[in-house]
Each structure stands twice: as structure tokens, then as C-alpha cells.
Design a protein around this ligand. Structure first.
Ligand code: PA5
Length: 493
């Protein structure tokens, strides 16, 4: 049984996610184990360990959640079900995991199989919520050195349309010449400029190579059921089309064909991903008491911290494969909460790499931060550090240990140091990086985001601020219909 714990007084059995914060007793035990394992080289942690104060150190980061905050979080969670909160026309994601049918998954897998049979390079075109979910899961599930293997088992999935870089698209088009290609073009609105530009180029390349008829077999669109230029284009060209439900916003759409189709093409077990999310949907429902609902606890905790002046949350992990989960999370929380002059600024680090860049700031910079660590209980692989006869590097004290043991002690040492440095720490543990755990993690964050946005008093499901740059860009580019704005903006230059 996995456990998810928060602070010192909340402990709950939950599948898929593990520990938030250790209790003092557990911290003490971990510290004792660390000392026994010879980790006296972790200075700050060692200081605590020697003083046997490790429990207190961690307890210091405990955030007392008032009964009122708990009740508000429960009420916010209930709004996600009742649909009586702001943005209630975008709540389709709440029950996506439990409502996706086997037939829908089979249809996505069938299309993925067609694309896989035709192409060894599938270009996935989209931006924001139409990009980050697939990218996050794909990076998490992939061998980071896949491209170094001479034999490729799965087609390579790459992304385009998430920027307007001429060099990026040029490099992609050049590299694609060495491959058979297919494309998935994703845009809910069907009018977003970045993916539209990329798709124009990639569509032309596919048509030039294979002819229009075959292009229609190699291009799949994921878009609105009726509206937008992409829908019109897909209908005219005869592309197979998957629908993004009206009531699911981009950043909550990873469990629709937006995320599932590219992931199925890449060989990810999407049924397992959905299964994990479904377990988390059950574990975070309104029938679950606050103290057992991980999303409610996380949402309430971060809001309590925000109220105390912690305006920046850093999400981090000691597994580089989770780096794009951080990016997905940043969009989810940044776009959902950053409005009306409010919101926790979502930042991220990948550890231990960023300890050598951001570590100094986190330890001693402005005390407006708190940190949430996604901790992975068990690596998939096993690598043991061997003893070395000469021991010139002085590392023989690690001989016989797995790399993951060192990583874990680094994590513990950093947590202690940061707590000591007055950076409250939350810890989310997943058993392993596999499709089911990642599915659970994504839904956990989505549900918490909805609750957290309501606690903050904003509509978590709109993004009015995103329009400002588009208006300026179109005016600067003389888009028809923007004549007045063009004149006004050019006068400012
Ligand atoms: O979360 C959102 O709604 C946005 O990030 C969108 O996903 C992003 O702007 C892309 O929009 P579209 O899918 O309409 O091209």
C-alpha cells in the first residue's frame, strides 16, 4: 500500500501517490538510516542528524491547515462536481478518466497503428495545452537516449508549432527528409497562429512527397467538432479527425485525443495512463474526506502558504525524465491562477542539476518560495557503484550502493537544508515512472488546480490575458481586421 502524507498529522492510504512530508518519527528513522549509510558528507543534513533534530527540522515546514481552510477546500472540490463555480462550462475534464470508453481508446490506438505503419517520424503540431501534455508524458515514458540506438522500435514523435522559430522549423524539415513522415495537427480553436504556420509547411511537404490522397491517410487533425479553420480544412481535405470536447480546455486536455493520440503513436500504454487517472479521480472525489483527499490537501496547503506570503512555488524532481511534467504543470497552474493580480508563480527545477544553478537562491534568496518535490520511490533500472582499488576519487564509501540511494540521500539532504533555510517543502511520491503512476499524477494536479483556483477566488478555466500578445502581433503583422490596432501600435514604435 502506498501512502500519501502531509505535515505531521495527516496520513492516508492512497494508490498511485506516495508521501508528502515525513512525520518527525519517519524523518528521524530516515536520518538514522542515512547516518548508518555513511552520509556525513551532506553537511547541512548532517548537522541536523547529529543534533537528532531532523524531525523538528521537517516539522518546521509543516503548514497548519485551519478547519476553515479545510472546509473551503472541500467546498471548492464540491463546486467542480456541482458545476456552480466560475468557468463551469469547462468542467468536462473532471470525469474524463472514468468516462473514456474502451471503444474510444481502441479508436485512438487504431489510428495510431495506421500512422505507425506509414511513418517512422510523426510530427505532432500544437502549442500550450495542445502540446505540453503529450510532451510531458512522452518525455517521462521515453528512454532519454532513444535516438542513440541504431534500431528504433517505435516511430519518433517530434513536436512543431510550439514556437515560431525559423531555425527550428527549418531544421525539422531538413531532418524529416531522411524519414517517412506523418503528422498530427492539434488545435482546439483551430485558429492558433503558431501551429497553423507549422502545419502549412508540413502539410505541403507531405503532399509534395506522397500526393494529396495519401497525405489524407498520413495527416490526422484533433480539433473542435464544428468550429475553426482547422476543422474546415480537415473536412475539405478528408482528414480523419478527433474531437476535443467543448467543455475541456486546452491545459486540461491531456486525457483526450490531444494527448492520447500522439502518446499511442509513440507506443505509450494509454489505457494504463487512463487507468491511473481513473484511480486518482476516485481518490479525489467529493465523497472523500479532506484528510484523505490528496488534491484537496495540496490545494489547501499551497493556498495557506500563499496567504503567508509564499508567492512562488518551485516544482522539482530528481528524475530528469519528469522535466516536462514540470513544464505541463507550469502551464496548468500559471494559466489557471495567474489573473486579477493574483496567483502563485509556478517555477521549476530539475535536480540535482539545478542545485548547481538555482540552489543558492533557493537556499538563501528572498523567502517568498516554497517547494514541491515529485519523488520517485523506485527507479526502473538498477546501477550499482563498484569499489575501485585505487580509490583516487575517494568514492569507495559509496561502493555497493545503488545510484538511486545516493539520489535519495541527496533529496533528503536538500529537503532538510531547504526547510532549514525557511523554504517549506511538500513531497509527492510516485512509486515508479510508469504510465499508471503518471496518469494518476496528472489527474492529481488537475483536480488540485481546480480546487486551488476556486480557493484563490479566480476562474481557473479561462485565460483572458493570453489574448493581449496576439492582438499586438496581428496588428504588427497587418492582419486584415486589425487596421486600427496596426496604426495605434506602430505609432508607439
Ligand atoms: O490551455 C489553453 O487553453 C491554451 O494553452 C491552449 O491550449 C493554447 O493556446 C492552444 O490553443 P489551441 O488548441 O486552440 O490551438
Amino acid at each position: 500500500m502506498e501512502y500519501l502524507k502531509l505535515n505531521n498529522d495527516v496520513e492516508m492510504p492512497i494508490e498511485g501517490l506516495g508521501t508528502f512530508l515525513m512525520t518527525p518519527a519517519e524523518a528521524e528513522a530516515a536520518a538514522t538510516a542515512a547516518l548508518a549509510a555513511g552520509y556525513e558528507h551532506i553537511d547541512t543534513a548532517n548537522a541536523y542528524m547529529n543534533e537528532r533534530a531532523v524531525g523538528r527540522a521537517i516539522a518546521k515546514s509543516g503548514i497548519a491547515l485551519s478547519a476553515e481552510m479545510k472546509a473551503r477546500a472541500q467546498a471548492a472540490n464540491a463546486l467542480l462536481e456541482s458545476g456552480e463555480g466560475a468557468g463551469n462550462d469547462f468542467l468536462g475534464w473532471v470525469h474524463l478518466p472514468s468516462s473514456i470508453s474502451d471503444a474510444e481508446i481502441a479508436a485512438i490506438e487504431a489510428t495510431a497503428a495506421r500512422l505507425r505503419s506509414k511513418a517512422d517520424l510523426v510530427i505532432c503540431i500544437g502549442i500550450g495545452g495542445s502540446y505540453l501534455g503529450a510532451k510531458a508524458v512522452l518525455e517521462a515514458m521515453s528512454d532519454p537516449f532513444k535516438l542513440l540506438h541504431r534500431e528504433q522500435q517505435e516511430p519518433t514523435v517530434v513536436f512543431a508549432g510550439q514556437n515560431i522559430s525559423e531555425d527550428y522549423i527549418h531544421a525539422l524539415m531538413e531532418a524529416s527528409k531522411e524519414h517517412s513522415i506523418a503528422a498530427i495537427v492539434i488545435s482546439k480553436s483551430g485558429t492558433t497562429t503558431e501551429p497553423a504556420i507549422a502545419f502549412r509547411l508540413i502539410k505541403a511537404e507531405i503532399e509534395a512527397r506522397y500526393g494529396k490522397q495519401e497525405a489524407a491517410q498520413r495527416i490526422v487533425a484533433v480539433t473542435d467538432k464544428a468550429r475553426g479553420a482547422l476543422k474546415t480544412l480537415a473536412t475539405n481535405e478528408g482528414y480523419e479527425t478527433f474531437v476535443i470536447p467543448d467543455d475541456v480546455g486546452g491545459r486540461f486536455s491531456v486525457l483526450t485525443p490531444v494527448g492520447l493520440l500522439p502518446l499511442a503513436v509513440a507506443g505509450v500504454d494509454i489505457a494504463a495512463l487512463v487507468r491511473g487517472a481513473r484511480q486518482m479521480e476516485q481518490a479525489t472525489g467529493t465523497d472523500i474526506p479532506f484528510d484523505e483527499n490528496p488534491s484537496a490537501i495540496y490545494a489547501a496547503t499551497r493556498n495557506a502558504l500563499y496567504a503567508e506570503g509564499r508567492k512562488i512555488e518551485i516544482l522539482g524532481s530528481y528524475e530528469p525524465r519528469l522535466q516536462y511534467v514540470n513544464e505541463w504543470w507550469k502551464q496548468l497552474y500559471g494559466e489557471s491562477e495567474g489573473k486579477q493580480g493574483k496567483g502563485i508563480f509556478p517555477a521549476s527545477v530539475t535536480l540535482t542539476a539545478d542545485l548547481h544553478s538555482m540552489g543558492q537562491y533557493i537556499q538563501q534568496g528572498e523567502r517568498t518560495l516554497f517547494e514541491t518535490i515529485i519523488s520517485v520511490a523506485e527507479p526502473v533500472a538498477k546501477v550499482v557503484i563498484e569499489a575501485d582499488k585505487e580509490n583516487l576519487d575517494g568514492l569507495n564509501f559509496l561502493a555497493g550502493k545503488r545510484i538511486s540511494e545516493v539520489n535519495r540521500m541527496a533529496e533528503l539532504g536538500v529537503q532538510l537544508a531547504h526547510v532549514d533555510g525557511d523554504v517549506p517543502n511538500l513531497r509527492i511520491e510516485i512509486p515508479q515512472i510508469d504510465a499508471e503512476s503518471v496518469g494518476a499524477l496528472l489527474y492529481f494536479f488537475e483536480r488540485a488546480c481546480g480546487i486551488s483556483g476556486y480557493l484563490l477566488g479566480v476562474n481557473p478555466f479561462d485565460q483572458p490575458g493570453v489574448e493581449a500578445y496576439k492582438k499586438n502581433m496581428f496588428a504588427l503583422l497587418d492582419k486584415p481586421g486589425y487596421e486600427e490596432e496596426s496604426k495605434a501600435i506602430k505609432a508607439r514604435l
